[in-house]
Design a protein around this ligand. Structure first.
Ligand code: NAD
Length: 344
């Protein structure tokens, strides 16, 4: 396709606007339609982004023939029906994470994506965070040797974000699946699919919630790598995803909210390291801060669609991340070790 990609965005939330900005900034795409069940909100957004086609019902947006693709930025519980409808309408789809909240919905979306000739991509946005991309690159090229232990945390104080009765308070949309999926996806991306999970959780920050607010999971990864994910949606601190990757030759300490990442390494290899240095002298690598790099994410989606490239974060990939999250929740609930089911 060598014409402009006409995109629609379903939802006009703050996060949806971030996707709209990403579409606007891409020279090969155009924001052609917006939609929100809250029509007044949709009209305001349409005016702000100078879009003529504005809808309250997403099915009317999907009926627009000139639309090539959509971004789904609605509550997680709605992803399945909207993903299925968008594919059935012949649209390419970029769907927000988590792909869905139940195994049934995950399977249905994977089935629909497989049966379609349209591109379906899940927005696993941490894979576009400059610091995490750099960390993945360093690990892949062997800068820290073989991985031994990997850990990541999703520390995000949801005070004021979860109101009783809203979609985020749904027990299916607990902290591990809803936000912790970022940390789980990051470790899956770097270390592979965790094969065994043992988790513990508690509920002290938000005792009124129907699910636990703090969780730790110990996991076994392929190749005898072990790891840990910590999720807190009640922590009293600024949002961050601190991540540490330990290898036989070095260590990487990285997050998505700092202007640099830290690498410990005592041997000389690659272009980063200028000679033999004591292991306790860290290298500080500058990185640009972009914890929600919707621009990088959309640029990839646009390139995949326009140039018919394979999707990396496919429906299966998004489903596997949720499957690992569901295993963590099950383990914490049952106090047993759980083997995630990655068959979709
Ligand atoms: N990638 C990230 O880091 C990130 C960050 C925030 C949210 N998200 C994800 O984005 C999605 C939306 O989250 P949010 O923070 O924007 O939520 P939100 O509650 O702020 O906004 C949801 C919007 O969807 C609209 N909506 C609800 N039902 C609809 C329907 N049937 N048709 C059209 N519009 C409808 C609401 O009116 C609202 O404007 C979720 O899947 C969430 O997990 C991802």
């Amino acid at each position: 396709m060598n014409r402009i990609l006409n995109m629609g965005v379903i939802s006009c939330s703050g996060m949806a606007e971030s996707h709209m900005i990403a579409i606007e900034k891409n020279p090969h795409a155009r924001l052609a339609a917006v939609c929100d069940i809250d029509l007044e909100k949709a009209k305001k957004t349409a005016e702000k982004f100078r879009v003529d086609a504005v809808f309250q019902d997403y099915r009317e947006l999907l009926a627009l023939r000139e639309l090539d693709g959509v971004v789904i930025v609605t509550p997680d519980q709605l992803h399945r029906e909207m993903a299925e409808a968008a594919l059935a309408a012949g649209k390419h789809v970029l769907c927000e994470k988590p792909l869905a909240l139940t195994r049934e919905d995950l399977c249905a979306i994977v089935r629909a994506a497989r049966a379609s000739d349209r591109k379906f991509m899940v927005g696993q946005i941490c894979r576009y965070t400059p610091a995490f991309k750099k960390a993945k690159e360093l690990v892949a090229r062997g800068e820290i040797g073989a991985l031994t232990f990997v850990e990541s945390e999703y520390a995000h104080d949801y005070t004021g974000i979860i109101e009783p009765g809203t979609w985020r308070a749904d027990p299916l949309r607990n902290g591990v699946v809803g936000g912790g999926c970022h940390a789980v996806d990051l470790l899956r991306w770097i270390a592979g699919d965790p094969c065994r999970v043992t988790a513990y959780s508690n509920r002290k920050a938000f005792p009124h919630l129907d699910y636990d607010d703090t969780t730790v999971a110990i996991m076994q990864f392929p190749g005898d790598v072990i790891g840990k994910v910590f999720v807190s949606i009640g922590c009293k601190r600024a949002y961050t995803m601190r991540t540490v990757l330990y290898g036989t030759e070095g260590t990487i300490i990285v997050d998505n909210t700092s202007p640099h990442m830290t690498v410990f390494k005592n041997s000389m290899s690659g272009s980063l390291f200028d000679g033999v240095r004591p292991i306790n002298a860290p290298v500080l690598l500058p990185v640009s801060i972009s914890s929600h790099n919707t621009i990088g994410e959309f640029n990839e989606f646009c390139d995949i669609v326009r140039n018919d490239k394979p999707v990396v974060t496919t429906a299966e990939e998004g489903a596997k991340t949720v499957a690992a999250c569901l295993a963590i929740v099950e383990s914490a609930d049952t106090l047993t070790t759980v083997l995630p089911d990655y068959h979709f």
